[in-house]
Every structure is written in C-alpha cells, then in structure tokens.
Design a protein around this ligand. Structure first.
Ligand code: IYR
Length: 219
C-alpha cells in the first residue's frame, strides 16, 4: 500500500523565481570543462556534499541505481591513468573513425591523460543495472541510464557551484575501472569525473554554446 506524507514546499514569488533563475543561469554559464588540473588539494567535504546532492536525483521507481567511487589514492589514480591511456591509444590510433577524430579537433585531445594522476580527486560514477535482494534474487532496475545521467548532471552542477573545476571523461571501453576499483558485476562504469582546481594559466577551447532559440521552441 502506498503511503503519502505532506509535501514540504516553500512557494516563491514570481520576481524571486525570475531573479534566482537568472542568477543560476549566470553561474552555469561560467562553467567550462577543464583539461589541465592543479595537484592542489581540495576539501573532501565538498566532494561528499556534492555526492549527497547527486544522491537526491529522481530515479526510476526510486531505485537510485548509482554508485560513486571516490579516488584520491595516488597509486590507484596512476593505475587508472595507465589503463585509460592504453584504451585511448587504441581509440585514437585504430578505433575512432576519421569523422570522430575530426569532431574532436577543436578540443586538442589525445591519448595522454595526465589529469588522471594530477587532479586531487576522481569520481567514478557507476550505473547499477540491477540489485540482488536478500534471497539472492535479481531485482530489475528501471531507466538506469536516464537516472544515473540526471544524478551525474546534479553532481557536476554541485561541484561547479562549490567552486571546483571538473572534466567529464569517458575512456572507452571503461571496464578496467570495475576491475581496478573492485566493483561488482551489476555495476557498469558510466562516467569518470575529474575534480580539482584548474592548473595555473589553464586554457580552454574557444567554443560556443547554442543560443536559446536553437535549443528551444515554446508551443
Ligand atoms: N575518450 C576520448 C575521446 C573523446 C571523445 C569525446 I565524444 C569527447 O567529447 C572528448 C574526448 C578522450 O577522452 O580523449
């Protein structure tokens, strides 16, 4: 039987909502994906609070099909770099078709991933495809990709809001992360988030976001 409780919701006035939405846009418009990180340490509490925020994301049947592996250990980061660069070398040299390589040109990326070792924290987001109940029965999860995608977006936004730079990195394939981090077979690596301060004199690609009229129609 479903059980309902009263909603806690503070209504805001329209001017207040408009002001907040403008401020939030301005804050998000400042976000840039960073590929050059400083090794300066960051407060771990920010990582934990941001993951707590991500854990509040909506999910299919509220199954919360995510797991966040936080890596600060230098030896583990080095292993991740080594394994990721092996996959990336295969990607750049053999796997990626020419049009994909061309699409990546503006970003100047290649198979070298020093940030996996330099940045103080890596967060590996896992998608839980299913869980196992106490009777060892498989419990199917629903809309796991959508759910973990929303949670990852919240995490990225929370980290930016706190003043950290991030990089969404998706070495492909990412199975080596399950192995290195000892994660069970019902979890699939979804995204690797690199977190820290930008390196001094960090530069970013000169790219533009689409205008509102290119991404929205009001019917
Ligand atoms: N995973 C590779 C390639 C790459 C692919 C896309 I799509 C990007 O937006 C950026 C990079 C790498 O990390 O270099």
């Amino acid at each position: 039987m479903a059980k309902f409780i009263p909603l806690k919701f503070k209504n805001s006035s329209p001017p207040e909502m408009i002001r907040k939405s403008e401020e939030f846009f301005e804050e998000l418009a400042q976000r840039r994906t960073v590929r050059f990180f400083s090794d300066k340490s960051i407060p771990e509490e920010v990582i934990i609070n941001s993951i707590k925020a991500a854990g509040r994301a909506p999910s299919g049947a509220n199954f919360q099909p995510w797991f966040f592996a936080v890596v600060k250990d230098q030896a583990i980061k080095s292993r991740i770099r080594l394994a990721a660069e092996k996959e990336e070398r295969a990607f750049y040299n053999n796997v990626a078709p020419p049009e994909w390589i061309k699409a990546l040109e503006p970003f100047g990326t290649n198979s070298e991933k020093p940030f996996l070792e330099n940045a103080p924290y890596l967060i590996v987001v896992f998608e839980r495809k299913h869980s196992v109940d106490k009777n060892n029965h498989i419990v199917k999860h629903y809309y796991t990709k959508e759910s973990v995608g929303i949670a990852a977006g919240v995490l990225l936004t929370a980290l930016h809001h706190s003043g950290l730079a991030t990089l969404t990195h998706t070495p492909s394939p990412m199975n080596f992360l399950s192995e290195i981090l000892n994660r069970p077979p019902n979890e699939k690596p979804f995204l690797l988030l690199v977190c820290g301060y930008p390196a001094e004199n960090c530069t970013v690609p000169d790219i533009k976001k689409k205008n509102i009229d290119e991404i929205m129609t009001i019917y």
